[in-house]
Design a protein around this ligand. Structure first.
Ligand code: SAM
Ligand code: SF4
Ligand code: SF4
Length: 334
């Protein structure tokens, strides 16, 4: 098992299957014009499955498929089928849900058990403002179809932005509780460069919990497996919520996640400036043993703890301003 400079093993892999997206969420990718990865640079399913197998042989137990919008990748269920034999503890998918109604049956038939669907507002007009698209009814339909196809659990991811959708925290919690979905509220982060993040826009975990507890008291359950990004809470009488507090309570100490971009770059932190090319290696004929050495030599020197450093800066007299250029979230897979 390979560990980094902070003794963190490599346990999770997030695979971006495409950088393309049909939404333009203001907090992620508001730019209408963007230089997309050239299609021939995008890893094939066979290449992704091979790289995933190598990661599994190095200790990775969980894989999440993401993007961009992963359901834009044609026949994604074929990739699910290729990953199933790896014997993962967990295979999950994060989607904006716009194509879920069409794709849920094929994904479930291929072996996918669970999904996360991003949904930040139940208000159609606000949905349009936040995503620059009109797809709220399609997402709600996608949630219904996913349930019918037996995907379980279905988790809802809601990024909360001050002054935008913080007035909907209770509505979203009620919606999730009534529908039997697990909802995770996410602190708005300074991912990428395009979203013009400012710290005032982040609604903290403490603020979110105060609002939730004013509606229905919760009991803390903790982090799944001890190191999941979300801290989970149960409502008395059923239902649960989670909060991902990357900004106010960073969890870099337990971060065992690597990311693979759609064009085959290995990225060691969500806030990295650059990735390390694995596609070049496999396309030039590297063996699995060579890939293992390459991945190990990227993971072992890893010292990333961006969110912890950001918190220290935010608490300093100068405050924190994101200055260095980072890879866009849409490219490296949220
Ligand atoms: N397109 C898919 C989706 O939206 O679910 C998958 C990719 S998206 C980059 C993955 C997750 O990142 C989504 O749940 C999204 O809400 C979250 N995300 C994007 N920008 C964010 C930000 N600035 N702060 C916190 N979470 C963010
Ligand atoms: Fe929104 Fe996901 Fe697309 Fe980012 S990748 S713009 S969060 S739908
Ligand atoms: Fe992991 Fe980087 Fe996020 Fe810290 S900031 S939890 S090291 S991805």
């Amino acid at each position: 098992m390979v560990t980094d400079q902070l003794s963190r093993p490599l346990k999770d892999l997030r695979i971006s299957v495409t950088d393309r997206c049909n939404f333009r969420c203001t907090y992620c990718m508001p730019l209408e014009k963007y230089e997309w990865i050239d299609r021939k640079e995008v890893l094939t399913f066979e290449e992704i499955a091979r790289i995933a197998r190598v990661f599994v042989s190095m200790g990775v137990e969980k894989i999440r498929l993401t993007g961009g919008e992963p359901l834009l990748r044609r026949d994604l269920e074929k990739l699910v089928g290729l990953l199933m034999p790896l014997g993962l503890k967990d295979l999950a998918l994060t989607t904006n849900g716009s194509l879920l109604a069409e794709k849920a049956a094929a994904l479930a038939a291929a072996g996918l058990k669970r999904i996360n669907v991003s949904l930040d507002t139940l208000n159609p007009e606000k949905f349009r403002r936040m995503t620059r698209r009109d797809d709220l009814p399609r997402i709600l339909e996608g949630l219904r179809v996913a349930r019918r196809e037996g995907l379980n659990p279905i988790k809802i991811n809601a990024v909360i932005e001050r002054g935008v959708n913080d007035d909907e925290i209770i509505d979203l919690a009620q919606f999730a509780r009534a529908g039997g979905f697990a909802i995770r509220f996410i602190e708005y982060m300074d991912v990428g460069n395009a979203n013009n993040w400012r710290s005032e826009k982040t609604v903290t975990k403490r603020e979110i919990l105060k609002i939730i507890n004013g509606y229905l008291p919760t009991r803390e359950v903790g982090r799944d497996g001890g190191n999941a990004p979300s801290v989970d809470y149960e409502f008395e009488g059923g239902g649960s919520i989670g909060v991902i507090a990357s900004v106010s309570e960073p969890f870099c100490g337990g971060c065992t996640r690597a990311r693979l971009t759609a064009d085959g770059k290995l990225v060691t932190c969500l806030f990295s400036e650059r990735g390390h090319d694995l596609k070049g290696l496999i396309r030039s004929g590297a063996s699995d043993a060579e890939l293992i050495v390459a991945i190990g030599s990227i993971w072992s020197p890893r010292q990333d703890r961006y969110s912890e450093e950001r918190l220290v800066a935010m608490q300093s007299s100068e405050g924190y301003k994101p200055e260095r250029r980072k890879i866009e979230m849409i490219s490296l897979g949220g």
